[in-house]
Design a protein around this ligand. Sequence first.
Ligand SMILES: NC(=O)c1ccc[n+]([C@@H]2O[C@H](COP(=O)([O-])OP(=O)(O)OC[C@H]3O[C@@H](n4cnc5c(N)ncnc54)[C@H](OP(=O)(O)O)[C@@H]3O)[C@@H](O)[C@H]2O)c1
Length: 280
Amino acid sequence: MLRAAAWVHWVLFRPCTGLSVRMISSGIDRKGVLANRVAVVTGSTDGIGFSIARRLAQDGAHVVVSSRKQQNVDRAMAALQGEGLSVTGTVCHVGKAEDRERLVATALEHGGGVDFLVCNAAVNPLVGSTVGASEQVWDKILGVNVKAPALLLSQLLPHMENRRGAVILVSSVVAYMPYVELGAYNVSKTALLGLTRTLALELASKDIRVNCLVPGLIKTDFSKVLHKNEAFWNKFKENQRLQRIGQPEDCAGLVSFLCSPDASYITGESIAVAGYSPRL
Ligand SMILES: NC(=O)c1ccc[n+]([C@@H]2O[C@H](COP(=O)([O-])OP(=O)(O)OC[C@H]3O[C@@H](n4cnc5c(N)ncnc54)[C@H](OP(=O)(O)O)[C@@H]3O)[C@@H](O)[C@H]2O)c1
């Protein structure tokens, strides 16, 4: 009986091989908490993705930045390298298979493997109703926002195994509370909550955790159609308890935490960074 209890205690509380005491402590020194790890962040030359890339690099990771336009990749890399951060980059339109291949190859150049994948890139080519969306619009939104993260992950997965890695998908509060003008985009962001749950189950045996960042209204180029609209903003403030618009940096710390050993028992979760969210 005593031997059985001792065994259970050992299984639950044994030190994790390969992790230093600092790595498994609860964030006493978070700087460098992601040292020697490699992160791939899609759509990371601007807005939320750029902030996430910067924060992961500040916390010690080597980060691969990417987006559709070479000049944006160059600008983001120059800015981050100018801050002394370890980054590389490449063009990657997440909807294009050959671009995803190149992103994987660029990530592998650094150290032969990848620890973290943050799927941040998304599009919304239509501001309008779901029933008004053409088949082409549906294909574009679901292809880039939902299919691409899953396909990129399958391309990266052989290089993520046995590294205790993490995947973060980026959804939106419209997944919980659809905004009527955002039609098919709402649906794509709700689908990501399901993708998070399914992937968390599928990848648990590989010790890869999958969680979801759920931003509220964040001040970026993407959201300017909303935050520059006074009528929308006044209505929005009625339910927005913190009475301010979020900044991209508000999202970045959570992603770093979800990648870190402090989150090693968290998978399948969706966490809102929204100043308040309607979700129970
Ligand atoms: N801002 C908000 O209020 C808000 C709220 C909830 C959720 N979100 C989500 O947060 C994520 C980031 O949004 P954001 O507001 O930060 O957008 P943003 O400021 O417009 O930045 C988007 C980034 O993604 C890149 N990008 C766009 N389409 C791409 C594609 N097909 N493949 C690869 N990269 C692409 C852009 O660079 P290129 O132009 O060079 O490709 C840019 O670097 C999205 O998933 C969005 O749905 C945003």
